[in-house]
Write a protein that binds this ligand. Structure first.
Ligand code: 5GP
Length: 217
């Protein structure tokens, strides 16, 4: 018993934290900052058929595999969800999720809108859907332009899909503005704390009143 006069036994189950955001919001940086700061946060590594970009590492950023291998794994039920984006296949490996839940870890998914909702459907009681917002439309536009990776057409497409995605904001559980990395990380930590403090996680609860009990007021 602690000095609060209550004994609470809480389920040590993990969480699945899906972070979606318009391209250029800094989602990958936030996911990495979370997993760097907290050993109990682990990043789900997707498989993809797209080619690695400069600086990307197999097994860290993605499992870069061929289309044949992807389709074979798909037919073997290896992915909990998968999608095709700009002609490339992406899939979230199912293995690891159950283990993360059992061992009380928070598994972070850097995946798109549809993928996040599929994870929620598969694990409704353990999935937290979070939408990361840019500080403003202008900030998003400037970030995409300053990355220097996209043609004017691609920039227009990315901004148009951000606009479209925002219409579904209400289907997420939480939103966080990415003004700065430390502030966004801190906001997400609070959300995880709140999720882990849900009374639905309590297995056993016992209250002990001091001598004199409720009359002692
Ligand atoms: P990129 O090619 O820029 O790394 O990723 C393109 C988009 O695919 C991003 O929005 C990213 O979050 C999403 N994505 C990456 N992996 C997966 C996955 O396994 N499933 C789904 N549904 N989307 C993914």
């Amino acid at each position: 018993m602690n000095n609060r006069g209550v004994v609470v036994s809480v389920k040590e189950e993990g969480l699945l934290l899906v972070i979606s955001a318009p391209s250029g919001t800094g989602k990958t940086t936030i996911c990495r900052a979370l997993t760097d700061r907290h050993p109990e946060f682990i990043l789900s590594i997707s498989a993809t058929t797209r080619a690695p970009r400069p600086g990307e590492k197999d097994g860290r950023d993605y499992y870069f595999i061929s289309k044949d291998e992807f389709l074979q794994k798909l037919s073997q039920g290896y992915f909990v969800e998968h999608t095709e984006i700009y002609g490339n296949l992406y899939g979230t490996p199912a293995n690891g999720i159950k283990e993360a839940l059992r061992s009380g870890k928070t598994m972070v998914f850097d995946i798109d809108f549809a993928g996040g909702h599929s994870i929620k459907k598969a694990f409704p009681d353990h999935t937290v859907l979070l939408y990361l917002l840019p500080p403003s439309y202008e900030a998003l536009r400037n970030r995409i332009i300053s990355r220097g990776k996209d043609s004017p057409d691609e920039i227009r497409n990315r901004l148009a899909s951000a606009d479209k995605e925002l219409q579904f904001l209400h289907s997420y559980d939480y939103f966080v503005f990415n003004e700065t990395v430390p502030q966004a990380v801190s906001d997400i930590e609070k959300i995880i704390f709140a999720e882990k403090s849900r009374t639905s996680r309590i297995e056993k609860f016992q209250a002990f009143f001091p001598k004199g009990g409720r009359d002692n007021v």
